[in-house]
Design a protein around this ligand. Structure first.
Ligand code: NAP
Length: 269
């Protein structure tokens, strides 16, 4: 293979996305970084080039915008690059209930967290199949295992959808005999800017320290999982325990626990 492999990372301007960029670069991958904040992406690209001596590409794009995925792919094509890796990571929590949020807010949420990731996979997959190699990580959430909650209505739905999508894609790739792996990474509480952006930082502060993970080990777990062909990765012992509980608790009990606990970290206004 001539040159380094390239990984496209969405939501690379902060948190888990920036950490994915550093860890892939440390393994010798070139990185294409996309998000809305160009200054953050430029600074990260400079840091990575200097430290890891790999090539970077910055693509400023709002994933909620019509045609965003084609615009990103167009920039990659113009640069003459084809990704062998994709990290669908961009995301945020939309506070409020389905009753008190606008359709525009919900539609933008669905575009960024569900439509764009799936469109990116669909459009990058033929190239990966042709070259016989692909690594895809869909950043889902522990919320995808938990019962739905009052507030942040579609968050659990899209994350559950990404888990199922990743399982199906991994099964299809296996059946077709491709060396293409797809993994849903399901973090629990992780120290990033996520809770500042969705306005739940004060609420999240009340959750005990042992429930939180740093971005580094979460990302490492995802990268190891996708290399091994694991369709779903839940990072950390505490998160694994919670995921197991959601599967063995009777559903009405699970919903009752979510009703009581959910108000500690879901904003309904
Ligand atoms: N932190 C947690 O506790 C936690 C737990 C479970 C799952 N997750 C998931 O982890 C992923 C990463 O979140 P994080 O914790 O790293 O949060 P973060 O620090 O707030 O980073 C979110 C990233 O998404 C990008 N983004 C948001 N809206 C976008 C849009 N419209 N277009 C393009 N990019 C957009 C942001 O970039 P710009 O603002 O520059 O566009 C930023 O780079 C998300 O999918 C989240 O659901 C996080």
């Amino acid at each position: 293979m001539a040159g380094n492999r390239l990984v496209l990372i969405t939501g690379a301007s902060a948190g888990l996305g920036a950490e994915f960029a550093r860890q892939y670069a440390a393994k010798g991958w070139d990185v294409a970084l996309t998000a809305r904040r160009a200054d953050r992406l430029d600074a990260l690209a400079r840091e990575i080039e200097e430290k890891y001596k790999v090539a970077t590409l910055v693509i400023t794009q709002d994933l909620a915008a019509e045609g965003a995925v084609d615009a990103i792919l167009g920039e990659l094509k113009e640069a003459g690059r084809t990704p062998d890796g994709l990290v669908n990571n961009a995301g945020y929590g939309l506070p409020g209930t389905f009753f008190n949020t606008s359709w525009e807010e919900q539609e933008a949420f669905l575009r960024v967290l569900y439509h764009a990731p799936i469109e990116l996979v669909h459009k990058l997959l033929p190239g990966m199949a042709e070259r016989g190699f692909g690594r895809i990580i869909n950043v889902a959430s522990l919320a995808g295992y938990a019962p739905g909650s009052n507030g942040h209505t579609l968050y659990a739905s899209v994350k559950a959808g990404l888990i199922k999508f990743s399982e199906s894609l991994q099964a299809e790739a296996n059946a077709a005999g491709h060396d293409i792996n797809c993994c849903a990474l399901c973090p629990g509480f992780t120290f990033t800017e996520f809770h500042d952006v969705n306005g739940t930082r004060e609420m999240a502060k009340d959750s005990p320290e042992w429930m939180w993970m740093e971005a580094g080990p979460v990302v490492t777990a995802g990268m190891q999982g996708v290399s091994r062909g694991q369709p779903v990765v839940v990072p950390g012992a505490v998160n694994k325990g919670v995921a197991t509980l959601t599967r063995i608790l009777p559903e009405p009990l699970g919903r009752e626990i979510m009703k009581r606990q959910g108000r500690r970290f879901r904003k309904t206004e």
